[in-house]
Design a protein around this ligand. Structure first.
Ligand code: SF4
Length: 267
């Protein structure tokens, strides 16, 4: 189907451009229960058959106490697909919910990261594939620029702190419109997450802004992704990346606009 071709083309482009998967890798896909990670798993299984290199694919799910439905249908689906899948109930996360119900995303992510690394080790994986999409990259770029004063999004490829795992995000060029339609066509089970934080104000606002602008400019996210790969450092304000005769200096840039423009910020 066309949707599948589009998905595979975009995932293939990301894998190739960022050298995400290498010969002999064992890739563990983090399944969150949502449409994005299921689409990612299916794409990797299909690409595995066509790739000129050999790599293995397995999958896992960390239960942090936020699923709204039983996970069993997911297990059945994995069995049908012949995929090795590990489901782990992360007890420290459950304790966190009990003791600090209002914990934020930072702490939740830290707990998840620790659990993911333990599972990756248990499964013998050296690569962990995460289901962040083009939408996540675009939202992250705007969120960081507008709310934290940094021009950054997410890394397409990065490493765990001890370099045990390469962390990859092969859906970087895939929008959620594609994963939504693809997961629906697969009739894969989607286990909803009931986390009260996932529709935080900033995220919701950015999604609304995108939704509104995309009515007139349907390729907005594609353009933002292009921009992330086409940086004109001499037209930004970080002296580390400016020519020496145009204000360039080795020292780090100020961390936010308030240091640069205190009067403007006070107004
Ligand atoms: S939205 Fe909820 S589940 Fe996701 S990272 Fe934040 S606290 Fe954790």
């Amino acid at each position: 189907m066309d949707l599948e071709k589009t998905l595979l083309r975009k995932v293939g482009q990301a894998i190739e451009r960022f050298d995400m998967i290498r010969d002999g890798d064992r890739v563990a896909v983090g399944l969150s229960g949502g449409k994005d990670s299921v689409a990612l798993l299916e794409a990797l299984l299909l690409l595995q058959k066509r790739a000129p290199i050999h790599f293995e694919v397995c999958a896992f799910t960390v239960e942090q106490g936020k699923f709204l439905a039983p996970i069993a249908p997911f297990g059945d689906y994995m069995k049908e697909r012949g995929v090795e899948w590990l489901y782990v109930r992360d007890e420290p996360s459950f304790k966190l919910i009990e003791e600090q119900p209002d914990h934020g995303c930072d702490m939740c992510s830290r707990f998840r990261r620790r659990a993911v690394y333990e599972i990756g080790k248990q499964m013998g994986a050296n690569v962990i594939a995460l289901g962040h999409t083009a939408d996540d990259f675009c939202e992250s770029l705007l969120r960081n620029a507008m709310y934290t004063g940094r021009l950054s999004a997410l890394p397409a490829v990065t490493w765990s702190a001890k370099k045990d795992f390469r962390l990859i995000r092969p859906l970087v060029f895939v929008t959620e419109e594609i994963t939504r339609n693809y997961a629906a066509a697969l009739t894969a089970p989607v286990i909803p997450c009931g986390c009260s934080q996932k529709t935080g104000t900033v995220r919701r606002t950015l999604r609304d802004i995108f939704g509104e602008l995309e009515k007139e400019h349907p390729y907005l996210k594609e353009n933002l992704l292009s921009a992330m790969g086409n940086i004109q450092t001499d037209r930004l304000l970080d002296p580390r990346y400016l020519p020496a005769d145009a204000g360039g200096r080795a020292e780090p840039a100020p961390s936010n606009g308030a240091e640069l423009f205190p009067v403007v910020m006070e107004l």
